[in-house]
Design a protein around this ligand. Structure first.
Ligand SMILES: Nc1c(C(=O)O)ncn1[C@@H]1O[C@H](COP(=O)(O)O)[C@@H](O)[C@H]1O
Length: 167
């Protein structure tokens, strides 16, 4: 059976920034389940999703929100699963409000925070957590790293050519 990750986002307006997360999880062979859910607007649903996540077979939770982003912290309050927070750029502070709200958790309730709109890294980090017990995911992550190295190698070769021929 494939490992599963629960993705919650505060609003459907966050979806454009979260699509890459879903694509990356699927590329890693992880099943994503996506729910719109808010600590402010649907607090009971947020608590329920988090409390039940482990029993429902999820290995990690990715929580994305913009503005005063309390959702990741509230999800972390109700579970022992690792919670990864994605600050979304929304509103006049362009995601800095969400970044601080997500990263500055009090001792005892950590949320692993990625960059503003860094939803791809949230997926890779969830993959790295899962790779500890799911070897299929570990293999895919190794391939991902090799692909990155190959891409940089090609860029270096192009640059070397320019340096040699044009300068
Ligand atoms: N930060 C939160 C929470 C929460 O933390 O519970 N719920 C919604 N939101 C955020 O409000 C922004 C605007 O939402 P709307 O576009 O629905 O007005 C979104 O970025 C959402 O994540």
């Amino acid at each position: 059976m494939m490992s599963k990750v629960l993705i919650v986002m505060g609003s459907d307006s966050d979806w454009g920034k979260m699509k890459d997360c879903v694509v990356t999880l699927k590329d890693l062979g992880i099943t994503p389940e996506v729910k719109i859910c808010s600590a402010h607007r649907t607090p009971e649903q947020a608590a329920k999703l988090s409390k039940n996540a482990k029993d429902n077979g999820f290995s990690a939770i990715i929580a994305a929100a913009g503005l005063a982003a309390h959702l990741p912290g509230v999800m972390a309050a109700f579970t022992t699963l690792p919670v990864i927070g994605v600050p979304i750029s929304a509103g006049s502070l362009a995601g800095q409000d969400a970044l601080y709200s997500i990263a500055q958790m009090p001792p005892g309730v950590p949320v692993a925070t990625v960059a503003i709109d860094g939803s791809k890294n949230a997926a890779i980090l969830a993959g790295q957590i899962i790779a500890g017990f799911d070897n299929k995911v570990a293999v895919k992550l190794t391939l991902l790293k090799e692909e990155m190295q190959d891409k940089v190698k090609i860029k270096q070769e192009k640059l070397d050519k320019i340096l040699e021929e044009e300068l």
